[in-house]
Write a protein that binds this ligand. Structure first.
Ligand SMILES: C[S@@+](CC[C@H](N)C(=O)[O-])C[C@H]1O[C@@H](n2cnc3c(N)ncnc32)[C@H](O)[C@@H]1O
Length: 260
């Protein structure tokens, strides 16, 4: 299961967010639904929902495919899914070391998970190992413009890391290219969510479990003074209506494992 200290911390933040996740997951619902038209039409498939979280999409996929397995690194998320969704198969597992045999899976669906995986080459290798030839990996992730308003507001206060390092699209494309895999389709979209204030944004990120920031030097909450300076800097982005925007750059993609 979680193999590194960083993954243990990621699993712990998602554990803690289990009960607040669904009410905060407006971006996740939107991006996950936009992947649906890319899914194959055949029913008789074995499908993984990788990083299934509270199982909203695992349940939806279970209505479309014969065998759907939710996989997550967080045991609390899995327990929540077990008790709230109509889902037959759930497995604790880490995306880098999936508990499945080579060439055994037809489709891997994954919504807003792989931004938590630093080593994309290692991740894609593992996904291609378990997919059957001709099998598909259909996914969304977040790119580096995500939370640019928050990142730039913090940058005016200190040089610590307050937002995770999201990959650039070129990182994804060049990793695939170096391994000889091809994106058969992809799409990038900026989704701008609206908040009442910066505290509302911070609470939503915490409610989603997205508040663990690897490589942050100073743990815990920032002091009151720093927080006030950051929220002051965020005013530059506030719209005339008083709405606080936050940008999420969503990358959706599909990779098909070559037949040979
Ligand atoms: C933002 S949530 C998305 C949940 C779900 N896919 C959805 O659309 O609502 C990310 C999920 O990925 C899981 N996760 C993060 N890193 C993982 C890894 N290395 N292996 C498996 N699951 C992971 C987290 O525990 C969390 O449940």
């Amino acid at each position: 299961m979680p193999n590194t200290l960083n993954q243990i911390k990621i699993a712990k933040s998602f554990d803690l967010a289990t009960n607040s996740y669904d009410v905060s997951a407006r971006l996740q619902r939107y991006s996950g639904k936009h992947l649906m038209p890319w899914l194959p039409q055949e029913r008789q498939l074995t499908v993984i929902d990788l990083g299934c979280g509270t199982g909203f999409f695992t349940e939806l996929l279970s209505g479309n495919f014969e065998r759907v397995i939710g996989v997550d690194i967080s045991n609390k998320m899995l327990n929540y899914t077990r008790s709230h969704r109509k889902v037959d198969h759930l497995v604790a597992g880490d995306a880098y070391h999936l508990p499945f045999q080579d060439n055994s899976i037809d489709l891997i669906y994954s919504n807003l998970v792989i931004q938590w995986c630093d080593n994309l080459a290692h991740l894609f290798e593992e996904l291609m190992r378990v997919l059957k030839p001709g099998g598909r990996f259909v996914f969304t992730t977040l790119l580096d413009q995500t939370l640019s308003e928050l990142k730039s507001s913090w940058a005016q206060v200190d040089d610590d890391k307050h937002v995770i390092d999201f990959k650039k699209d070129i990182d994804i494309l060049s990793t695939l290219d170096s391994q000889g895999w091809e994106l058969t389709c992809h799409h990038v979209q900026d989704v701008i969510l609206e908040y009442e204030n910066v505290l509302h944004l911070a609470r939503e990120l915490k409610g989603l479990g997205a508040n663990h920031v690897p490589k942050k030097q100073h743990r815990g909450l920032a002091g009151k003074d720093k927080w006030q300076r950051m929220t002051q800097a965020y005013q530059d982005f506030v719209e005339p209506s008083g709405v606080y925007p936050a940008t999420y750059r969503v990358f959706s993609g599909q990779i098909v494992k070559p037949l040979k």
